[in-house]
Design a protein around this ligand. Structure first.
Ligand code: PHE
Ligand code: CO
Length: 297
């Protein structure tokens, strides 16, 4: 069940950049006819079949079984807030619990949405969650984020006050980046933190990124494999670094705390965007001379 073989379990990434929405040749999968102007829609919970709920239950069970020692404590402590693991949560119920903790809400969307719409929702502390669930044959690998990735991967950390504020700041920063034509650089920050971030704890390296936490194979890989590089969080380094969308990451960036993440990203990025544009890109797996790398066992 724990397909750690990379060729089999590409269940790693979404296969698309989560923020660079709307690119690629595949049409997005959801039904956009029912979406409102801000791209939110009704969850239509009654439309899920018994098979849908059962698939969610199996995905949840597989991930929950491997969180200990691999996921950060903040995630493990909060995952229970998702509610009963045997059925897809009702977003409105989940939103009530979440709002009471950090004033965030979960809203349904048909699937991938344009980046400006995505940023606008985050800036209002609304996290867009895809309504549909993958098909049973996509148990190990789904190309676009589905309800399991969006909920299980992203929502638990929204219960953490510092991370919750970071996500809102990211949304506001995204609206600004759109005006500055810097979305690609900002998307790298999202990728290497929100999706594939690692955190250094007294117990060792742990995962906090949603793309890792919702992946059957990459969770263990990101924390224990000797293959990838683990580099200390560095904003400019991240914005220069390309990423892989069709395999496990070659480089992970490691934060010391959510406070560090929030504080390091608080300054105005305008001069940073300008500086990064004049510097060469860094390949996904490259290691720079003198760079501190975290060891794992
Ligand atoms: N400080 C960033 C800016 O000026 C906003 C931001 C905060 C972006 C946190 C991402 C994450 O653009
Ligand atoms: Co995601």
């Amino acid at each position: 069940m724990l397909a750690d073989d990379k060729t089999q379990d590409k269940g790693v990434n979404h296969g698309v950049a989560p923020v660079t929405y709307g690119q690629g040749d595949r049409p997005p999968r959801g039904d956009y006819a029912t979406a409102r102007e801000d791209y939110t829609c009704e969850q239509d919970w009654a439309a899920y079949t018994a098979q849908d709920h059962d698939l969610y239950r199996r995905l949840y069970e597989r991930q929950a079984a491997q969180l200990q020692g691999l996921a950060c404590d903040e995630f493990i402590d909060a995952v229970q807030h998702l509610g009963a693991p045997e059925r897809i949560p009702r977003f409105d119920e989940l939103s009530q619990t979440l709002y009471a903790k950090t004033k965030w809400e979960v809203v349904a969307v048909p699937g991938l949405i344009p980046e400006e719409a995505f940023f606008a929702l985050l800036a209002k502390r609304k996290f867009p969650v895809t309504g549909w669930i993958r098909k049973p044959e996509e148990f190990d690998y789904v190309v676009e984020p589905d309800v399991f990735h969006d909920l299980f991967g992203h929502v638990p950390l929204l219960f953490n006050p510092m991370f919750a504020d970071y996500m809102q700041a990211y949304g506001a920063g995204g609206l600004k980046a759109s005006r500055l034509d810097a979305c690609e650089l900002l998307a790298r920050l999202y990728w290497y933190t929100v999706e594939f971030g690692l955190i250094h704890t007294p117990q060792g390296i742990r995962a906090y990124g949603a793309g890792i936490l919702s992946s059957a194979g990459e969770l263990r890989y990101s924390v224990h494999s000797q293959e990838p590089s683990r580099v200390g969080f560095d904003l400019q380094r991240i914005m220069r670094t390309r990423y892989k969308i069709d395999s496990y990451q070659a480089t992970y960036f490691v934060i010391e705390s959510f406070d560090q993440l929030f504080d390091a990203t608080a300054p105005d990025f305008t001069p940073l965007y300008r500086a990064v544009r004049d510097l060469p890109e860094i390949e996904a797996g490259a290691v720079l001379p003198g760079e501190r790398r975290f060891a794992v066992d």
